[in-house]
Design a protein around this ligand. Structure first.
Ligand code: BGC
Length: 427
């Protein structure tokens, strides 16, 4: 656009001087005295965007600029591809939504900058649980800041639809299948789902947790133990997962997760197995937890908590951009942001010392369950959400899960063997 204008405008010395003066004044005002941040994220659904805006508003209130670099696509696969190409061209944004072991991968590339000064000034070591703080450090230094803790193993439901079908919220997988039949007979879709690899993997890991338990989840999806990956328990998890297809509708292919949530909100579907970012959609629709919609631990997983911690990792930048980036990191762990963001996002604060009185029953249950499972040993990192294994292994497991889920003629034994091969090849 600017090139087109250059061609049309006569290139005079006076014109050039004017343009230079204008450009100087524009850059002075738009860069603010304090610089700006460019933030890559994939918070683009209704609830997610409301949450992301909290941070934008807080930064702007402190006089910093905010360049939004939102890349749509649940689970963040597209965002990560875009981030890689920006980084490869030597121009990464100052902050990006990067999680779990992937933070280590970016650290190894030497691209992340330290947040240790902010962390020390704000006492992050004292504020954050060790499980959370460890993920944020590369080579002993903070390089990322946690925004929240999401729980993945949730079941969401529309109470009116359950009532019309004459069923209660299922607490075991057997109950889920029985309830599903009644819901179908009453004329509703039992389970809203979107056929995308990351959503398939989200449901799969929850089913595996229910059928195999916490220790098996840890061995198979975190430690990548080939014996566990190829075991009878894996076959059972895969078969049960595929049975769930019977509770889904024929149009699920490619559907976004928030569209699936809206099917529960509208009463077309009864339930959804999804992390608590789904709660952000119910909240955005001004619905009340425990009344207009129900939440419960996914059937068979009441004693487990699959965690998914969103964080913003910081790329090395200089000058005013660095100053703005450090301010961003500070704001993220301040109570104002933690409360407002997480109320909109559906997650719980990353720091456990905050007053939870504004939070709903689902969030309060999430916090209680997080603490209980941390003490009793039921806390596991989500494979589907990049908390358990590196991106290449995760991608290989996604392929097996999704291919098996959609194949007409693949046996569960075959899929389990592919899982063993995928993990070995990627290691
Ligand atoms: C992220 C959430 C996000 C969800 C859906 C997850 O991997 O952690 O913040 O809301 O994907 O896009």
């Amino acid at each position: 656009m600017s090139q087109a204008r250059w061609k049309k405008t006569p290139f005079t010395r006076a014109g050039l001087a004017l343009a230079t003066a204008l450009a100087a004044s524009v850059s002075l005002t738009s860069a603010h005295a304090a610089g700006e941040v460019e933030v890559l994220h994939w918070w683009t659904s209704g609830g997610e965007a409301r949450a992301a805006n909290v941070l934008k508003d807080l930064m702007e209130a402190e006089g910093y600029g905010w360049q939004d670099f939102a890349v749509a696509g649940g689970g963040g696969e597209t965002a990560m591809t875009v981030l890689k190409s920006r980084a490869m061209s030597g121009n990464p944004p100052s902050a990006a939504q990067i999680k779990g072991p992937e933070i280590q991968e970016w650290g190894e590339l030497g691209l992340l900058g330290t947040l240790d000064d902010v962390a020390e000034a704000e006492g992050w070591d004292q504020l954050l649980p060790a499980t959370v703080a460890d993920i944020m450090r590369y080579d002993g230094q903070y390089v990322a800041v946690p925004v929240n803790v999401h729980r993945v193993n949730w079941l969401w439901a529309n109470p009116d639809v359950l009532e019309q079908a004459g069923v209660e919220m299922p607490t075991t997988l057997d109950e889920l299948f029985v309830a599903g039949e009644a819901i179908r007979e009453a004329g509703f879709i039992p389970l809203a789902h979107g056929g995308q690899a990351w959503q398939d993997a989200t449901v799969f890991e929850t089913v595996l947790l229910a059928t195999g338990g916490v220790e098996f989840f840890q061995r198979a999806l975190v430690d990548l133990d080939p014996e566990a990956l190829g075991s009878e328990q894996m076959v059972e998890a895969l078969e049960t997962f595929k049975r769930l297809r019977g509770l889904m509708d024929d149009d699920m292919s490619g559907r976004d997760w928030n569209i699936a949530t809206s099917m529960v909100i509208n009463g077309d579907a009864a339930m959804q197995l999804m992390g608590d970012w789904a709660k952000g959609e119910f909240t955005a629709a001004e619905l009340t937890a425990g009344e207009d919609y129900l939440c419960a631990a996914a059937p068979g997983t009441v004693d487990a908590f699959t965690f998914n911690i969103d964080s913003l990792a910081m790329f090395r930048v200089e000058g005013e951009a660095h100053e703005a980036q450090q301010a961003l990191a500070r704001l993220v762990l301040e109570p104002t942001f933690q409360e407002a963001f997480n109320l909109a996002k559906g997650s719980i604060p990353a720091r456990p010392d905050l007053d939870m009185s504004e939070f709903d029953v689902c969030a309060r249950q999430s916090l209680a369950d997080f603490q209980r499972t941390a003490d009793e040993g039921g806390l596991v990192p989500s494979m589907a959400h990049g908390m358990a294994v590196r991106a290449d292994v995760q991608g290989a497991i996604f392929d097996v899960v999704t291919n098996y889920f959609n194949a007409r003629d693949m046996e569960a034994e075959q899929a389990a063997q592919r899982m063993v091969n995928a993990a070995q090849a990627a290691l």
